[in-house]
Design a protein. Sequence first.
Length: 323
Amino acid sequence: MTTPTRRLFAAALGALLIALPMAVRAEFPDKPIKIIVPYAPGGGADILSRLVGQKLSERLKQPVVVENHGGGSNTIGMGMVARSDADGYTLGLATPVFVMAPLGMKAKPYDALADFTPVAMIGFTPLVLVVHPSVPAKTLKEFIALGKSKPGSLNFASLGPVTTQGLAATLFNQLAGIDAVQVPYKGSAPGVTDLLAGNVQYMFNALPSMLGHIRSGKLRGLGVSSASRSPELPDLPTIKETLPDYVVTTWYSFVAAKGTPKDVVEVLNREINAILKDADVAKKLHDRGVTPDPMTPAELESHYKSEAAKWAKVAREAHIQPE
């Protein structure tokens, strides 16, 4: 083989080797996709994952399997995602706890910003501040005045200091100037049970799970945490109307392991965003109090950074010490 022929052969071989991975990835997906949900089966996050997963399976012509790995404040399941192959075949459902949980841990199970690739946003749902009917305050202003007049007399339910419910209440207390006692529970259900019994006075929780109690009069809603009023409770004001700097939402999104190829992420992002625009899916999400919010991976990454910075500041100012 002459030198020019060798050079030509080497160049062709090099081009083939460069193109080969792209050609292989162009087949994505050619096997089942797994969604790891870091919560127990049957909850809101699990139901949303299965709804989107079913539609994703239909669009990609591959099975999408949902696996529940709860515990450890989401870190067990999300740790599995971080350690998975960076090929797009393992996704994790990321909620605010995804960026919050490491704040309370000395041994960080993962870095939410460095160990994952943002894939797609599903949407948002507000929290609602609810109080037991025995609380004399009928409005948010009255409640703040009550809390200020009796420091340390109000107890609030949470799922722990570095959970959505816990930090949402902590931020509210900081902005309102309230000194209250946090009572942590192992789950939302026991916290709500104690609130209904009057053993604690207030709680921040996802709006969909509180609607029935508010409408029945068993609990009194004082405000929603979103930037605008909720269509489900249009007469209930936002907390922002009283505390302008207060906006908190629960959100649901998908991530993959760090290093997942960009073209694979683009496929997943495009298909999930298309699912969110489907009228039937959008209705089912709205019925659960979730507002669909398609994002690009870059927009989702920016959202994670913003949330991580926000909650780190809240935890720092509340003197929450990692354990």
